[in-house]
Ligand binder design. Structure first.
Ligand code: 5GP
Length: 117
């Protein structure tokens, strides 16, 4: 189902604008971030529109599981497992979310500080 929603990510899902797609299933799409914050920076999104994690409910249980399994699969394919990688969900504008379509950032191939900024 290519609903996508009314954000830039919806346009990517519907192929209205291009993206460097690295992984796709019927429910999930992953593509490289246009403004990478690490040598590897990939976004993993559901093809159906969820504004953020708070927008999800128990009906999305399987989809949320698929998103996390996609992250692990992509991280493996991108050679990130040995060095480690960071997975980030900016949830709400106050946490830095700028595109209101749920997405998981996969960041890798650089050092990461904790606590995050
Ligand atoms: P947020 O700040 O919402 O957590 O992350 C949104 C991310 O989407 C940012 O890292 C930003 O660089 C990325 N982004 C915004 N517009 C586009 C686009 O048109 N194409 C791609 N590939 N990434 C985008």
């Amino acid at each position: 189902m290519l609903t996508g929603g009314d954000t830039i990510f919806g346009k990517i899902i519907r192929r209205e604008i291009p993206a460097d797609i690295v992984y796709e299933t019927d429910k999930v799409l992953a593509f490289r971030d246009i403004q990478p914050q690490a040598p590897t920076h990939i976004l993993v999104i559901p093809k159906t529109h969820l504004r953020d994690l708070t927008d999800a409910n128990t009906n999305d249980r399987e989809l949320l599981g698929e998103l996390l399994l996609a992250v692990a699969h992509i991280a493996k394919s991108a050679g990130l497992t040995e060095s480690g990688y960071r997975v980030v969900i900016n949830n709400g504008a106050g946490a830095g979310q700028s595109v209101f379509h749920l997405h998981l950032h996969i960041l890798g191939k650089r050092k990461f500080a904790w606590p995050p900024g």
